[in-house]
Write a protein that binds this ligand. Structure first.
Ligand SMILES: [Zn+2]
Length: 199
């Protein structure tokens, strides 16, 4: 009896499907699926419902942040100034800065970072939309808050190079964040310091 005949087909399919999630290899897929199977029915159902609920999550048409509306709560808030745009890699970076309750501008989510190793080029990021926003809103400052690691730095350098043709002040968050630490996981104080001391 071959292995594939022995292991339930539905289990195999789940193990294969979970691998679609970026960064999930065989190991994570197997941890997820076998872990899921150990849960009681109520928790299983809750996870499935949560995942189904994610179908209504999309990207804000102005800043690209994950939202359940056409325009997110930040972009549609008249108290937020479109004169300051913080450029981050992913929505979770913006959520993290948002938690500090200090930044009163708006965000721009690139949707990743330039990474030749992972095959991510500038064209794969939401840079054209950023240029359009700069032309439309004529901001005072664009704060580049990509992660302090090689890919984040490369992305920041690329942005600084192409945005210098616009009449806008470009700043980069300082590195109170230890090099290599992801913004998503940094402690609040270091993140706040990095934003205050931007250059
Ligand atoms: Zn938005």
């Amino acid at each position: 009896m071959a292995f594939e005949d022995f292991i339930p087909r539905k289990l195999l399919k789940a193990l294969e499907d979970i691998k679609y999630i970026p960064g999930y290899g065989e190991k994570n897929a197997s941890r997820f699926v076998y872990g899921f199977l150990k849960l009681d029915e109520i928790k299983k159902e809750s996870i499935v419902k949560s995942l189904e609920g994610l179908f209504s999550i999309r990207q804000c048409k102005e800043c690209n942040i994950l939202t359940d509306q056409e325009v997110c709560a930040i972009c549609s808030n008249p108290k937020r100034s479109k004169k300051y745009i913080a450029v981050v890699e992913e929505s979770q970076d913006a959520y993290k800065i948002e938690k500090l309750e200090r930044f009163k501008g708006v965000y721009h989510i690139l949707g990743g970072r330039i990474s030749p190793l992972e095959g991510i080029a500038p064209e794969d990021l939401s840079i054209e939309l950023l240029k359009e926003r700069i032309k439309k809103h004529n901001p005072k400052e664009v704060i580049i808050a990509t992660n302090p690691n090689p890919e984040g730095e490369a992305t920041a350098n690329y942005l600084m190079k192409i945005l210098k043709h616009y009449n806008v002040k470009i700043t980069r968050i300082a590195t109170a964040i230890q090099f290599g630490t992801l913004i998503e996981y940094v402690d609040d104080l270091s993140l706040e310091e990095s934003i205050e001391r931007r250059t």
